[in-house]
Design a protein around this ligand. Structure first.
Ligand code: ADP
Ligand code: MG
Length: 682
C-alpha cells in the first residue's frame, strides 16, 4: 500500500462506497491520512462489569457465557441476546437487527464490548454495543477517531481504512515544514503527527500531533499573507499631497462623528506617506463608512488620481453611486457607474471616459475587475463589505494600476480579533466604534406562529404612520427548503390576502438586475410600503424611512447575518423594530435568538456566533477568501496562530521572495492553498 493507492482497491469498497467517499474528497490513502477526525472517543479504559460506570460509553471486558439466541419479534425486528460474565458479575447483551452476531460471538471466548451500560437494580444490560475479540482489539482499548461523515460512509468504515493507512503509510507522509522551524518551535515530525492525529497513543500524544498540524496549516497560510503584505510594503506608492480633513467636511450634509474623523485622519496620513496604504475600516452597520470612503476618493482626486470603488452587489453599487455623485459633485469630482448588467454600449462609454480621465471615481461591482476595464491613472482602490471578496480579487483590482495603488477596505462584519488577524493579516486596522448621534437602538422581539396576526397588525400600524417595512425570507421559491417562507409565494400572499390595501413588492437574487434595481428604487422612493426579500438586502442598502423588519424563519439565519439584516432599519430618526418569527422550538435555537433580541453590539454578537457555531460558519461560507482550514480551530488556536505568524515573518525576512532552493516546497504549498483564487502571487 502507498499514499497513492486508491481506496476503491480495498476489500469492501464497491462503486457506491467509493462515490460516497469521493464526496468527502477521499480517493486515495493519502487523502484519507490528511482527513482529520473531528472528535475522539476515549476507549482506553477497560472495566470489569460491576465496576463500569453506567449511562456513559465504556469498554467492558467479559466472557460470553452462552451461545447467543436469535428471536424474531415481528416482521422487520429481530433480537439477538446472550449473557456475559466476569469475576465481578454478569450482564445481558442485546442486539437489534444484527443477526450476524449469533455467529460472531462464541461461547467461552472473551471480548471487549463498547457501549452504554444500563443498570436497573442488579440487572445490567448493553444494547447494540461494538465488540471485538480480546487480544485482537483494533477499535477498543484505545482512543478512537470520530470522522466527519456523509451518507453511506460510517465511522467504523473510515476508522478501519485509516487504521490500515496509518499502519502502512504514516512513514511516507512528506514533511513540508523546514526542519529548523520544526525544531525551533518544538514540533513533532509529520509521521508522528499522522499516527497520533488518527489513533493517538494517549491524550498527550494527541495534543502534540494536533499542535504540529495546526501550526503547519497556519504557518503556510501566514506565509501566504505575509508574502502578499511584504510585496506591497516593499513597493513605493503614490504620495498624494496632504489635504486637510476640514476642507472636505463642507461636502458632508452632517458633522462627522469623532470616529469618522479619526479614520479620515489616518487615511490622510497613509495617502501622503509615499507607501501604499493597506487599511481596513471596520465599523458596524450604520456607522457611516461611506463618508470615510468619499473622503479618500476626494483626497485621491486632489492628487490627480482616479479611484475605483467595488461593492458586492448591484443594488449596493447603485446606492453608492447615487450618494457619492451627489456628495462629490460640488468638488468637481465626476462619478461613473459600471455593473455587469449594463448594456455593452453603456459599458463602452464608461470605459472610454475612464481611459481618458474624464471620470474620477468609478463605482461598480465585480465588473470593475473585468479584462477590458482600463484606467488612466488608478491611485486608490476601495472595496466595500470586503468579506464578500477574496484576497485574490482584492489584488486583481490593485493590479490594474501602473504603480501600486492605495487600498481601502471597508467591512461591516465585526470579526472577532482572532479571525481578523488571519483574514486581514495583510492590512492595518481602523475601527469606527461610534454611531452617528440620534440613533435609537432597534427594538427586537422574538415571536412564535401564535403571534402572527398581531405582527401583521403591527406592520399595518407602522405603514399607517408613514414608515416602510422589510420582510425577509430564507428562500426564493416554494419547496426550496420544505416549509420555509419563500419570497415569491409569500409576497403574493401578503399583497393579495394579508395586506390588499398596501403596496407590496419583492426582490431576490434570481431576478434580473434591471428588475431588482427598479424594485429597490421604488422602495427607496417610498413607492412601496412592504418589501419582501431574501438576504439580498443584507449589505449596505440604506432606506432611512424603513423602520420595521420582519424576519421569517429566523432560526435559519446565523447571529452575524441577523445582525447585518437588522442594520437595514434604525437608520432614520424613527424608533425602529425588528421582529424575528420562528416556529422552531429547540431550546438552543430559542436561546440564540433571545440573545439576539437583547444586544445590538455587533462585536459581541460576532463573538457569540463564533462561540455557538464555531469558526466553521465564518469559514464555511468561504466569504473571507481564505483557504478552508482542516486542523486549526480558529477560536481556540490563537496562540499557535501567533507563533505561526512570527515564524512566517521570520522566514520572509530571510528570504522575501522565497527563492532559496530549500523554500521551493513552501512556495508550492502556498500557491496550492490559494489556487482557487487564480494566481495571485504573480
Ligand atoms: P455604513 O457604515 O453602514 O456604510 P453609511 O455610510 O451607509 O453606513 O451611513 C448610514 C447612514 O448614516 C447614512 O444615511 C448616512 O448619511 C448617515 N450618516 C453617516 N455619518 C453620519 C453622521 N456623522 N451624522 C449623521 N448621519 C450620518
Ligand atoms: Mg455601507
Amino acid at each position: 500500500m502507498e499514499l497513492e493507492t486508491r481506496l476503491d482497491t480495498f476489500p469492501g469498497i464497491g462503486p457506491a462506497r467509493a462515490k460516497a467517499l469521493k464526496r468527502l474528497g477521499l480517493e486515495t490513502v493519502g487523502d484519507l491520512l490528511a482527513y482529520y477526525p473531528r472528535a475522539y472517543e476515549d476507549r482506553t479504559r477497560v472495566y470489569a462489569i460491576s465496576n463500569a460506570p453506567a449511562e456513559e460509553p465504556v469498554c467492558v471486558s467479559a466472557l460470553v457465557a452462552e451461545t447467543p439466541t436469535l428471536s424474531r419479534i415481528r416482521k422487520g425486528l429481530t433480537v439477538t441476546k446472550c449473557r456475559i460474565v466476569d469475576h465481578t458479575g454478569s450482564a445481558q447483551v442485546t442486539f437489534f437487527n444484527q443477526d450476524y452476531v449469533r455467529h460472531a460471538l462464541t461461547a467461552g471466548e472473551s471480548y471487549i464490548f463498547y457501549g452504554k451500560l444500563e443498570v436497573m437494580g442488579r440487572h445490567r444490560q448493553f444494547t447494540n454495543p461494538v465488540f471485538e475479540r480480546e487480544g485482537k482489539a483494533r477499535f477498543t482499548g484505545r482512543i478512537m477517531p470520530v470522522y466527519p461523515l456523509t451518507a453511506g460512509v460510517s465511522n467504523h468504515l473510515l476508522a478501519g481504512l485509516a487504521l490500515s493507512g496509518v499502519e502502512e503509510c504514516a512513514g511516507a507522509v512528506a514533511d513540508h515544514l523546514p526542519a529548523d522551524i520544526r525544531l525551533n518551535h518544538g514540533l513533532c515530525t509529520a509521521e508522528y503527527a499522522c499516527r497520533n492525529v488518527h489513533f493517538p497513543a494517549d491524550q498527550e500524544a494527541l495534543s502534540i500531533a494536533r499542535r504540529r498540524l495546526v501550526f503547519e496549516e497556519l504557518f503556510f497560510l501566514s506565509c501566504g499573507m505575509a508574502f502578499l503584505r511584504s510585496r506591497r510594503t516593499g513597493t513605493p506608492g503614490q504620495a498624494f499631497p496632504r489635504r486637510e480633513v476640514e476642507d472636505f467636511l463642507a461636502l458632508l450634509p452632517f458633522a462627522p462623528t469623532g470616529a469618522q474623523r479619526r479614520a479620515m485622519e489616518e487615511i490622510r496620513d497613509d495617502l501622503s506617506s509615499g507607501r501604499p496604504m493597506n487599511r481596513l475600516i471596520q465599523g458596524d452597520v450604520g456607522s457611516g463608512k461611506t463618508a470615510v470612503a468619499a473622503y479618500a476618493a476626494w483626497q485621491a482626486r486632489a492628487g490627480g488620481f482616479q479611484t475605483a470603488m467595488m461593492a458586492p452587489t448591484e443594488i449596493l453599487a447603485h446606492q453608492h453611486y447615487e450618494t457619492l455623485s451627489k456628495m462629490l459633485a460640488p468638488a468637481g469630482i465626476r462619478v461613473g457607474l459600471l455593473t455587469g448588467s449594463m448594456k455593452a454600449a453603456e459599458k463602452k462609454a464608461v470605459g472610454a471616459a475612464l481611459a481618458s480621465g474624464e471620470l474620477h471615481l468609478l463605482v461598480g461591482t465585480h465588473a470593475l475587475l473585468s479584462e477590458g476595464v482600463a484606467y488612466k491613472n488608478l491611485g486608490l482602490v476601495i472595496t466595500d463589505e470586503q468579506h464578500r471578496f477574496g484576497v485574490g480579487q482584492r489584488s486583481a483590482l490593485a493590479s490594474k494600476a501602473q504603480v501600486q495603488p492605495h487600498v481601502l477596505v471597508m467591512s461591516a462584519t465585526p470579526i472577532p480579533r482572532t479571525l481578523a488577524l488571519l483574514i486581514y493579516g495583510d492590512l492595518e486596522l481602523t475601527v469606527i466604534d461610534e454611531l452617528p448621534p440620534g440613533r435609537t437602538p432597534v427594538e427586537t422581539y422574538l415571536v412564535g406562529e401564535d403571534k402572527r396576526q398581531r405582527m401583521y397588525n403591527f406592520v399595518r400600524k407602522n405603514v399607517s404612520q408613514g414608515r416602510q417595512v422589510y420582510v425577509i425570507c430564507p428562500a426564493v421559491e416554494e419547496g426550496e427548503g420544505g416549509e420555509l417562507k419563500a419570497v415569491t409565494a409569500y409576497a403574493k400572499e401578503l399583497s393579495e390576502v394579508v395586506f390588499p390595501e398596501l403596496r407590496v413588492g419583492f426582490v431576490h437574487g434570481k431576478l434580473k438586475a434591471k428588475d431588482k434595481e427598479s424594485v429597490m428604487a421604488a422602495f427607496s422612493k417610498g413607492e412601496l410600503d412592504v418589501l419582501v426579500s431574501t438576504t439580498v438586502v443584507e449589505v449596505g442598502v440604506d432606506v432611512p424611512n424603513a423602520a420595521l423588519m420582519i424576519i421569517e424563519n429566523a432560526e435559519r439565519f446565523g447571529l452575524s447575518q441577523l445582525h447585518q439584516l437588522r442594520g437595514r432599519v434604525g437608520r432614520g430618526q424613527w424608533q425602529s423594530y425588528c421582529v424575528l418569527v420562528t416556529g422552531n422550538r429547540s431550546q438552543e435555537t430559542l436561546e440564540r435568538l433571545r440573545y439576539f433580541t437583547k444586544t445590538t453590539d455587533g462585536f459581541r454578537i460576532a463573538e457569540k456566533d463564533l462561540e455557538l457555531r464555531g469558526p466553521g460558519d465564518f469559514f464555511g461560507q468561504r466569504q473571507h477568501g481564505l483557504p478552508a482550514m482542516k486542523a486549526a480551530d480558529l477560536a481556540g488556536d490563537i496562540r499557535v496562530l501567533k507563533e505561526a505568524q512570527e515564524a512566517a515573518e521570520e522566514l520572509l525576512r530571510a528570504d522575501p521572495e522565497l527563492t532559496a532552493p530549500e523554500h521551493r516546497e513552501i512556495m508550492a504549498k502556498i500557491r496550492g492553498l490559494f489556487a482557487e483564487d487564480g494566481d495571485i502571487f504573480n
